[in-house]
Design a binder for this molecule. Structure first.
Ligand code: SF4
Length: 328
């Protein structure tokens, strides 16, 4: 019997990637689903989806390459801070580099032509292929009938007639295919990538524009209210107890602040230099705004590594003034 070829499937955990894997498996291919984890997209959702369709997921961390790419994406950003074309291009490229190690012959993805405004138009699909340097090894089973033939099709490893011609934003054909393939549980499209979230993207843009775009600053972006105090200094204030805990887990060499005389939120001052006394005072005044029980004037303690040896007295900042500093 003729050997069926082996492929990587770029796997996000969305329905399209689940369909792609199951569809190709049904045709007899050996499919290795692979998820590329970044600081903005963790593997949780993909792992749940992989478990649901009973496949082993390979998780490969590409954070370092991703942070380099996002500093200057060739095809720019989408609606928010999502550099989708470059992101797909990067993932294809790295998948290409891993092919030998896993003995795979080609790569498949669940991209559907015309489904997403930015990353999945025909020209965008071509840009992805161009960026990845493995243009000729890509197959998109859900739309491949509509796309230019690549090596696996020309060589007959993949039968084009068996590929599909799904296009556009509708989900009807995917839902129908899911039923045929026995996929009962799946998430709604989207979700998972923090860079598509408006509020999160605002915080990313802020550190991006203020030369703070590295893990030291990124690690705090999923929790708290964020304030821009000056181009070099920012403040994070916990929204509730859970938030305070999440922020506390990330503290390393930052300055920590707490209301001295009343229970209140956790504050963290971050910067690319030491804050001035004036900046510390501004941070304390903002922190007090979120300390409900504190009177209009109160005291805030602060210091490094939870060693809160300094004390400052100041007035609560008023709502209007706080808004001028708020990022999200
Ligand atoms: S949504 Fe996020 S993970 Fe998906 S392609 Fe865009 S940037 Fe990459």
């Amino acid at each position: 019997m003729k050997r069926k070829h082996k492929c990587f499937a770029l796997f996000s955990g969305g329905l399209d990637s689940m369909l792609t894997v199951k569809y190709m498996e049904k045709l007899g291919y050996e499919v290795l689903p692979i998820f590329f984890s970044t600081p903005f997209f963790n593997p949780q959702k993909a792992q749940i989806a992989a478990d649901r369709i009973d496949v082993n997921l390979i998780i490969h961390d590409v954070s370092k390459e991703y942070l380099e790419m996002i500093k200057k994406p060739r095809y720019g950003f989408g609606k928010n801070m999502n550099p989708c074309i470059d992101c797909h291009g990067l993932m294809f490229r790295i998948a290409g580099e891993l092919m030998e190690e896993y003995s795979v012959d080609f790569i498949i993805s669940g991209e559907v032509m015309g489904q997403r405004p930015m990353s999945q138009r025909k020209d965008a699909l071509n840009s992805v292929a161009k960026l990845s340097n493995i243009k000729d090894l890509l197959v998109r089973p859900l739309s491949q009938k509509l796309l230019t033939d690549t090596l696996p099709i020309r060589e007959g490893w993949v039968n084009k007639k068996e590929m599909l011609d799904i296009q556009g934003r509708g989900r009807y054909r995917q839902i129908e295919l899911a039923a045929q393939l026995g996929i009962k549980e799946f998430e709604n499209p989207g979700g998972g990538c923090l860079l598509t979230d408006v509020g999160y993207s605002r915080k990313v843009k802020d550190i991006y524009e203020n030369n703070m775009f590295n893990m030291e600053f990124i690690k705090f972006l999923t929790a708290g209210r964020h304030f821009r105090i000056s181009p070099e200094i920012k403040l994070i204030v916990g929204k509730d107890n859970n938030d305070n805990d999440r922020i506390a887990e990330q503290i390393d060499k930052e300055i920590v602040m707490l209301c001295n005389d009343f229970p209140g939120p956790l504050g963290v001052i971050q910067g690319i230099r030491k804050p001035t006394d004036e900046e510390v005072k501004t941070c304390a005044a903002i922190l007090l705004r979120y300390c409900r029980k504190a009177p209009e004037s109160s005291r805030v303690k602060y210091g490094f590594n939870h060693n809160l040896i300094n004390l400052i007295s100041c007035d609560k900042m008023n709502e209007e003034e706080v808004k001028k500093f708020q990022i999200n």
